[in-house]
Design a protein. Structure first.
Length: 453
């Protein structure tokens, strides 16, 4: 096993191997998460996934890649996926090549071993799915690859992981005292703006993400459902907050989701909305806003996330004045549902207006994290009560005594009243809209809580 020359930057390790050898399971085991979607379906991973791990004080960036395969290339999708994996190999400082003990040696294993040798990069060879001593004995056939030193593990159960972690640590250079952690991505990610892209399949989410980050990070194809998992990408900006873009799987109507993998993909996409600061809802301008689009936008409202609505593929409709008029009318109707969400017409294919998303993201995030003093909030409350008193409900005169902010992301305003359970929904909406206007935070939902004094 080779070691890396000393370097100041964080080393990068790519997990490579045939489809379904357990790369995503090992990625989850190394990172201590369940971020990578795992299933027995070969070829499940299609895009690169990055994460940072620490092994006894040494930091490593790990890349989970799609399985390398010379199999079916229907519609050119397989070649696009393989291209992403080869880019990860080029980007990596060293490789972790994986084999499947249960499946035994395969001609493609020999090809991948040759690819690793031609990269002239340090390599750790791992035989996965070794869950018994019998499996360990049968794994000896992998010496046919020309590799003489293997680490036998079970990423599923954790067997052999201590030895593997030690091998990874030994490949990494010794960091300068106190230097590497200062440059660690984890601190930057903690303060970064988390933005997820959501929409139906094939509306152009991955194309938009590639435009935003300035590289072909995501596999892009005309085949609906190309993206299967939620993929994070950290975009660093000088003197500005970094942004973590999350590309999610396309979400179809529930009745059309039958395959188990797609069900998991949809659940992870919805979870990405819940854990993000804001969502970019992507609609296909050539098809208009569908009922499913409105349902997806509704998730951002239900989870009280910031939101930007986008018509992609505007280049396909720019010459059709009648259709553009219909689309603008649909956007106005959507604004009644999400009055705080700014809207933009873009084309990921041509790049039109995509860069305008950055100032929108910054503005939405600024409003989303807004905080105000109790004194000013109560002065605004007096104005609101002069404008519209709470209604008489079930014979009770409703009163609001005072208000205070009790949270952010989004701003949470807690009102202390005499009968909190009797306040009608329309008066809650009035309070939200009035405070949004007076506080000049036009681009965020406000969470209203009513409590009894």
């Amino acid at each position: 096993m080779n070691t890396m020359a000393e370097t100041k930057k964080m080393p990068v390790m790519a997990l490579i191997g045939r489809p379904n050898v357990g790369k995503s399971t090992l990625f989850n085991r190394l990172t201590g998460t369940k971020n990578a979607l795992v299933d027995s379906t070969p070829g499940l991973t299609r895009d690169r996934r990055h994460a940072v791990i620490e092994i006894q004080g040494r930091m490593v960036e790990v890349i989970d890649t799609a399985g390398l395969s010379s199999g079916d290339n229907q519609d050119g999708l397989n070649s696009l996926v393989q291209s992403q994996t080869r880019k990860a190999i080029e980007q990596a400082d060293f490789l972790c090549i994986m084999f499947d003990a249960n499946a035994g040696i395969h001609p493609e294993d020999l090809e991948i071993a040759m690819l690793a040798r031609k990269s002239f990069k340090p390599c750790i060879a791992v035989i996965n799915k070794v869950e018994s001593e019998n499996a360990e004995a049968s794994a000896l056939e992998f010496y046919e690859t020309g590799i003489s030193d293997f680490t036998m593990i079970s990423a599923k159960t954790g067997r052999g992981m201590e030895e593997l972690m030690e091998r990874i640590r030994n490949v990494c250079p010794v960091p300068e005292p106190g230097k590497q952690k200062e440059a660690l991505l984890a601190d930057e990610e903690e303060n970064a703006i988390r933005v997820c892209l959501i929409g139906r399949p094939n509306v152009g989410k991955s194309s938009i993400m590639n435009r935003l980050v300035g590289q072909e990070r995501m596999v892009v194809s005309d085949i609906p459902g190309t993206t299967r998992d939620s993929i994070d990408c950290l975009f660093q900006r000088k003197d500005m907050k970094d942004i973590i873009f999350v590309d999610t799987a396309g979400i179809r109507k529930r009745a059309r989701v039958r395959h188990r993998v797609e069900k998991f993909s949809v659940l992870k996409a919805i979870e990405s909305i819940r854990t993000s600061d804001l969502a970019i809802c992507v609609f296909d301008a050539s098809e208009g806003i569908t009922e499913q689009d409105r349902r997806l936008a509704g998730y951002t409202r239900d989870y009280a996330r910031g939101c930007i609505t986008v018509f992609n593929k505007w280049d396909l409709v720019k010459e059709d004045r009648k259709l553009r008029k219909v689309l603008n009318q649909e956007a106005k109707i959507l604004r009644k549902m999400l009055p705080y969400a700014p809207h933009l017409n873009i084309s990921a294919a041509t790049g039109r207006n995509v860069s305008k998303l950055f100032p929108m993201i910054d503005q939405v995030h600024e409003d989303f994290t807004f905080r105000e003093s109790t004194g000013r909030l109560n002065r605004i409350l007096k104005q609101a009560l002069l404008r519209r008193n709470p209604p008489v409900t079930k014979g009770h005169f409703l009163k609001i005594f005072y208000v205070t902010q009790t949270g952010t992301k989004p701003p949470v305003l807690t009102f202390f009243t005499n009968y909190p359970g009797l306040f009608p929904q329309h008066y809650r909406r009035f309070l939200e809209n009035f405070f949004r206007q007076e506080l000049n935070i036009q681009h965020t939902p406000i969470k209203i809580i009513l409590r009894e004094r």
